[in-house]
Design a protein around this ligand. Sequence first.
Ligand SMILES: NC(=O)c1ccc[n+]([C@@H]2O[C@H](COP(=O)([O-])OP(=O)(O)OC[C@H]3O[C@@H](n4cnc5c(N)ncnc54)[C@H](OP(=O)(O)O)[C@@H]3O)[C@@H](O)[C@H]2O)c1
Length: 281
Amino acid sequence: MILITTAGKVGSETAWLLAKREVSVRVLVRDPEKATALAQAGVEVAEGDLEVPATIEEAMQGVSAVVLVSPGVEPAQEINVVDAAARAGVGHVVKLTSKASPDSQIARQRWHAQIERGLAASGLPHTLLRSNAYMQNTLMLAPSIARTGGFASSIGAGRVGMVDSRDVADTAAAIAADPAGHAGKTYWLSGPELVTYADVATALSRLLGRTVTFRPQSREEDEAAMVRAGLPQPVAAMNALALSLFAEGEAEWLSRDVPNLLGRPARSYERFATDHVAAFS
Ligand SMILES: NC(=O)c1ccc[n+]([C@@H]2O[C@H](COP(=O)([O-])OP(=O)(O)OC[C@H]3O[C@@H](n4cnc5c(N)ncnc54)[C@H](OP(=O)(O)O)[C@@H]3O)[C@@H](O)[C@H]2O)c1
């Protein structure tokens, strides 16, 4: 049995891919109603909360591998999972992370680094998946495109090796289902090319058949816009800081780990946008 700790973008796609391969898979979710489609696809749904260690302990019963993915807002949540996995003698953990480092300016990167240290200290065999920014982040631009015909960001001309989160899930599923040879490895997951927000505007203009414009804006304007869109202020500040660092080249990296691991090319931004055109329309 493989346990996936949350059922967001990566967790639900990983669960769905494993169920399709007839691998036993369980997701831990706060609200089972949101996981009805996964349950219908054969995924076992365990009601729980990463804030409540007893529910993690229960979901860990009979588990051979864990896909450790969460919003990463509170290191204690994932460390609770690592502790429960170590007590249960789980064989392998696949940790979803990013370009984490203890001295990153971005709090989320420091928290991931803290969780990675906990995982290393646990002695559990594990694999780190360091993803570049998800293409799915650009879905958050859709309301602005609908309202104003364009979008604004402090990312400037920053080039990003964006990865489709479906490829991240495909990689996590492949390793969790067959971890042999992956213990102690770190893989860097990116798409096939560096993408700017001007490229995003060009791709969406072509697909939507009308001009979509990209307007650079300051980090402060980004933060204010995210707060207006409903993000808590500290999260908005962290995300705006990340975008302004992307403008300076923080995410300007590519890797061939996705094609090497999956034996097929990573999805391009064009592919992603085509598959999600309805959401941008
Ligand atoms: N976005 C990026 O560009 C990017 C790039 C690299 C790495 N990452 C990493 O990817 C991770 C996020 O993955 P994702 O995008 O797949 O997540 P996501 O789509 O944001 O989904 C997060 C899920 O976690 C669930 N959740 C939240 N708190 C929970 C709790 N206390 N107990 C159980 N479930 C809980 C949420 O469920 P509810 O419906 O109950 O709220 C939601 O389904 C983060 O660690 C992030 O650092 C992201």
